[in-house]
Design a binder for this molecule. Structure first.
Ligand SMILES: Cc1ncc(COP(=O)(O)O)c(C=O)c1O
Length: 448
């Protein structure tokens, strides 16, 4: 059959509260036109993020009941350890409360003034944690990855020549590790090929540098490899995943993505020396090494999620439903980042709203219009978020895992197309108040 269905039945439901246009006008005005300020009960379809918003399975909820809450040596930790090492076979596996806590600990150990850390594209929290130690975060993405309309199967790839030149110029002793983010969230959720992972690893071996993967969306990346990279079509996603991590010396992980849970993360390392220092820091900020900021029940849910996320019918549904949304709106003229990545569709607001100058935040205007028209909450990724250094004016519609059905997505398509039809009537926005840092979370806006 050609129809790809959601590979699950729904056992427990959470009502969506319907709202009228007039109500939404009031809610968004009271929120100062900042979607982060809305109560979630005022949102019909919440596409703000795919992080920590997954629906858990009946097996995960059952595992939660078996959580061993012992302070030390919890059986839940050993289940978690076995589940992680089955697909990410590193020597040390250190739980943390989420991905950025793993980053914070890693860079506290290996960062510092004068150090430089290359990546395809650092995610914001990764960059912030690198820079907090005084080190410099450097992005070395291939050129194709920077152009929203360029079609390339692996737009998340690292530029190997640039990496090689960078290491020679900056000297290996100033580079504590090389990172690779799979998939590349800040670059549109684009995947990295196995060939690129292998090449990054080879460069690291040549210069004797540790290679660390930011593994948040590892399963989505592995499925893209299966579908797009010659030689992998007949391998299982688990085999592909094991191969990806076999080239690395460690990884940071936000379990809030591809471990299908609402909270959690971990740091994996092969180095005994780094792991010793990381565990010492872990005890200061997260907790004892067999729970690291999580409850035993959280570790149980991660263990089950890591097994479920590799099911190929799930991954097929996951990537296809994201692609379906992008395909349908793009076919009617809505400009988006192409090809569609794994976890989100990015609308190019600058191209869609040429009458709104960048100084009047076209992404914010579009995000507000989608909320007013249909209660959809997306996220501006442009000049509001990055200020003058923004390279694009995008609205990201991130799809939570296993949460929405095809009719929800069809509704989202209808709302986007409705806004697209009346795009000429959308107005620019201005900031009426902003905090000193990270303004996108709390700034106040109004129409110009
Ligand atoms: C690529 C990437 N790395 C790191 C993180 C940080 O993870 P967390 O939100 O669990 O701290 C995220 C979260 O969105 C991410 O997408």
């Amino acid at each position: 059959m050609k129809t790809i269905i959601e590979p699950f039945r729904i056992k427990s439901v959470e009502p969506i509260r319907m709202t009228s246009h007039a109500e939404r006008e009031r809610y968004i005005r009271d929120a100062h036109y900042n979607l982060f300020n809305l109560h979630s009960s005022a949102v019909l379809i919440d596409l703000l993020t795919d992080s920590g918003t997954s629906a858990m399975s009946s097996e995960q909820w059952a595992a939660i009941q078996r959580g061993d809450e012992s302070y030390a040596g919890s059986e839940s930790y050993y289940k978690f350890y076995r589940a992680v090492s089955e697909i990410m076979p590193f020597k040390h596996i250190i739980p943390t409360h989420q991905g950025r806590a793993a980053e914070k600990i890693l860079f506290a150990v290996i960062g510092g003034r004068g150090k430089k850390i290359p990546n395809n594209t650092h995610f914001d929290t990764t960059r912030a944690n690198v820079e907090f130690t005084g080190a410099e975060a450097v992005d070395l993405l291939i050129e194709e990855g920077k152009n929203p309309r360029e079609i390339h199967p692996f737009k998340g790839n690292m530029d190997i020549n640039k990496l090689d030149n960078f290491i020679r110029k900056e000297k290996p002793e100033n580079i504590p590790c090389v990172m690779l983010t799979i998939t590349n969230n800040s670059g549109g959720g684009q995947p990295v090929s196995m060939q690129n992972i292998r090449e990054v690893s080879a460069v690291c071996r040549e210069f004797k540098l540790p290679f660390i993967i930011d593994a948040c969306r590892f399963a989505e990346n592995a499925y893209f490899i299966k579908k797009r990279e010659p030689g992998y079509e007949n391998k299982s996603v688990k085999e592909i995943t094991r191969e990806m991590f076999a080239y690395a010396d460690g990884c940071t992980m936000s379990a809030k993505k591809d471990a299908l849970v609402n909270i959690g993360g971990y740091l994996c390392l092969n180095s005994d020396e780094w792991a010793l220092q990381a565990r010492n820091l872990l005890i200061l900020t997260e907790g004892f090494p067999t729970y690291g900021g999580l409850a035993g029940r959280d570790l149980e849910a991660i263990a089950v999620g890591l097994e479920e996320v590799l099911h190929e019918d799930y991954l097929q549904y996951r990537l296809r439903s994201t692609e379906y949304l992008g395909e349908k709106i793009n076919a009617r003229g809505v400009p988006i980042v192409l090809p569609v990545g794994g976890h989100a569709v990015y609308i190019d607001a600058k191209q869609m709203l040429p009458h709104i100058p960048v100084s009047q935040f076209p992404g914010q205007s579009l995000a507000v219009a989608l909320y007013l028209a249909g209660g959809i909450r997306g996220c501006e990724i442009g000049s509001v978020m990055f200020g003058a250094s923004a390279k694009m004016e995008l609205v990201r519609l991130a799809i939570p895992r296993r949460v929405y059905t095809q009719s929800h997505i069809d509704y989202v398509i209808e709302v986007i197309l409705d806004v697209y039809e009346k795009r000429d009537t959308l107005k620019g926005m201005k900031i009426t108040w902003e905090p000193p840092a990270l303004r996108h979370f709390t700034a106040h806006f109004n129409f110009v």
